[in-house]
Design a protein around this ligand. Structure first.
Ligand SMILES: [Zn+2]
Length: 337
């Protein structure tokens, strides 16, 4: 399939014009969302490509998370083009349109139409399958992520996880006043929404980057997360509060009976949550499709060819084998010898 390639650096190259989520020598760099494994080679793209295309939220989050060197910031502002869901952008008879991926704020799937070859090629990026997710149909090629591509990664209980998280937070606030939640960017904001929807109004205490992300989402994009403060603010010390930390700092948590710790991960597959010590729960909150949702997406979309992204973490070969068994023409790219 000469119109689609996946490079080992993670770039999904479609048609003559588009390098998506990685660097390639193409006039347009598209970014599906502001997670670091989809921002590879952004500095090179800024120098090489004519434009950087992403949603307004993604462009703002990339800046808020500090992914652009200060000397390249003017170039980023000059070259970036904001494209909203279902607006189209065209170059050289190739057209791109964004679909909702419901992964993190601003995240998209990408549909490319190559007009002279009459080809429709869709790339899911990272996605979660919910009632917000839009399924790309009538595709010649579907490029799909495979983070949880192994049948082992099925989480049949996923609908019940938000309420479990809310219940644990209520219990933690009642017993200890302080609840610590460890998660990656994007999932922090999802957990904040779940907790507010669960009727909890204790203030959120956020690390610097998450604070900047939430401020941008509230001030420019209409999100509302209620009361939140930056983590060096001391005014909350005696109050009930929910303290967010980056996932990687969970190993430094203090088990001193002064707080309940909740670690959010998509990797827990046997049960919705697990108690790991007297003061710590691991909760299975994922912002990716699980294995059965990946298969469902392909069945709903029903493309002529499925290409599975094997350049990122995930289980591309396992997903390919399942899709082949179900009769879908499937392959993994890049192909390593
Ligand atoms: Zn992601």
């Amino acid at each position: 399939m000469e119109s689609v390639n996946i490079q080992s650096n993670g770039a999904i190259v479609i048609g003559k014009s588009f390098a998506i989520d990685g660097f390639a020598e193409k006039p347009i760099r598209i970014i599906t969302h502001a997670h670091s494994d989809h921002l590879h080679g952004l500095n090179e793209s800024l120098r090489y490509s004519k434009h950087i295309v992403a949603t307004p939220i993604t462009l703002d989050l990339i800046e808020a998370l500090g992914y652009i060197n200060s000397e390249l910031l003017p170039l980023f502002k000059l070259k970036s083009i904001s494209l909203n869901y279902h607006q189209t952008y065209s170059i050289n008879d190739e057209e791109v349109e964004f679909y909702d991926a419901d992964h993190i704020p601003g995240s998209v799937q990408v549909l490319v139409k190559i007009k002279d070859k009459k080809l429709s090629i869709g790339y899911t990026g990272d996605f979660k399958l919910t009632n917000k997710t839009e399924i790309m149909k009538d595709l010649d090629v579907l490029v799909i992520e495979a983070t949880y591509g192994n049948p082992y990664h099925t989480r049949p209980f996923k609908e019940s996880v938000p309420q479990i998280l809310v219940d644990l937070v209520i219990e933690g606030l009642y017993k200890y006043k302080k609840v610590y939640i460890y998660a990656y960017h994007g999932k922090i904001q999802e957990a904040m929404s779940i907790i507010r929807n669960g009727g909890i109004d204790a203030p959120f205490i956020l690390p610097d980057k998450a604070y900047r992300v939430v401020r941008v989402l509230e001030e420019k994009h209409g999100y509302n997360y209620g009361n939140y403060l930056k983590e060096n603010n001391t005014s909350f010390n005696k109050e009930k509060c929910i303290i967010f930390k980056h996932f990687n700092s969970a190993k430094e948590r203090r088990l001193d009976g002064k707080g309940l710790h909740i670690v959010l991960t998509g990797r827990l597959t046997h049960e919705p949550f697990m108690k790991v010590d007297d003061y710590t729960y691991v909760v299975s909150l994922s912002d990716h499709a699980d294995f059965s949702d990946l298969v469902k997406y392909v069945e709903y979309s029903n493309p002529r060819l499925v290409i599975i992204d094997g350049s990122r973490h995930g289980e591309a070969e396992a997903l390919k084998n399942t899709l082949l068994e179900k009769g879908f023409c499937s392959m993994v790219l890049p192909q390593y010898p």
